[in-house]
Design a protein around this ligand. Sequence first.
Ligand SMILES: NC(=O)c1ccc[n+]([C@@H]2O[C@H](COP(=O)([O-])OP(=O)(O)OC[C@H]3O[C@@H](n4cnc5c(N)ncnc54)[C@H](O)[C@@H]3O)[C@@H](O)[C@H]2O)c1
Length: 387
Amino acid sequence: MTWSVVPSLTDTSEMADNMLNELSSFEGQSVLVTGHTGFKGSWLALWLHRLGAHVTGYALEPPSDTNHFEASNLADLLVEDLRGDIRDAHLMADVVRRCAPDVVFHLAAQPIVRTSLVDPRETFDINVIGTASVLDAVRLADRPCAVVVATSDKCYRNNGQVWGFRENDPLGGHDPYSASKAGTELVVDAYRSSFFPVDRIAEHGVRLASVRAGNVIGGGDWAEDRLVPDAVRALSAGADLIVRNPGSTRPWQHVLEPLSGYLALAERLLRDEHPATWVGAWNFGPFTNDEATVADLATALIDAWGSGRWTVPPGSSSDVEAKTLRIAIDKAISTLGWQPRWHLGEAVRRTVDWYRHYYRDPTRAMREHSLNDIEAYETANRRPDPT
Ligand SMILES: NC(=O)c1ccc[n+]([C@@H]2O[C@H](COP(=O)([O-])OP(=O)(O)OC[C@H]3O[C@@H](n4cnc5c(N)ncnc54)[C@H](O)[C@@H]3O)[C@@H](O)[C@H]2O)c1
């Protein structure tokens, strides 16, 4: 399939409905996913395999003892399940040469704000230098491919504005994690300008984009210091869920929402004869009427679980985390034809359902359950834009 024209606004509803069908063009493609042992990377690799891609994964060990990568037996589905550090330039270059990717999704990172406050240097090292290492391996491989680098909605200079950040807003970051993601964006921009310029794509063939998503929820995340994993740990043990910053608003969405955006974007980068439209930065977030405070989400999780309560420990505060974080998704809606498919209630319901099944029998493989979520997402109707 080839997109030869940039869609006009009037084309987008049809495009959005067709979008997931068009992902069939991943069939037979060689795809490298960094961070495939992590939460988002394991869901993405599973989805890519379902779409017929030949997926190679490169990452460190899964970030927690229980994790979606192992719960879904993902290793069985990969061409190669490679372990190593993205900062190891020789290994990284070797991985890209071996995989000979048509598409690279770079998701390996240190993704937790509070961890970045404990070891800021390591966070900058992994997220900024690590990304340079991945892009340098692509440069040295000297082969055409689409590259999608995951950064974050936190990469923007957060001045407390109530309206959503757009892709051309200034970068920044008050804490090391956020600043490292702004740094990742600068690395991407420098590689694109210096080595993969848009006006010479016919020569180098590398189509490079970055993607900025909000806080994702879904089955299989057991990271420390994230609301859903904290809730699941507490609720499954009959303990109170301890909540920091109950009033903070975040762009929560099911993990499949941004991943569908990454896939749609990679598909355009791969196939479109006008790739200049697609290289650059893209926000993937919820509609504004789906944003919720930490307190709202904690309550919704407990309701879906059927029991439990949340409390705020006295004196707890983490001022470094922005109170309101909102990203505008007009570009993805109007240009890419992507838009959210599940409202927050559905995302919470499916997330809790995933964990409920897991905790009923932790030895059982969860791959089918995750694939059912993916299938349900693929066939869900697009939602009307509430704005
Ligand atoms: N989870 C979210 O809510 C969220 C929101 C916005 C952006 N992101 C971004 O999405 C990406 C994936 O996040 P996640 O939630 O899946 O994280 P995760 O912690 O679940 O997974 C991180 C992955 O990176 C790998 N990794 C870490 N350091 C590495 C290194 N030095 N070398 C090789 N591999 C390394 C881990 O092994 C793991 O596979 C990250 O870039 C993160 O910043 C996540």
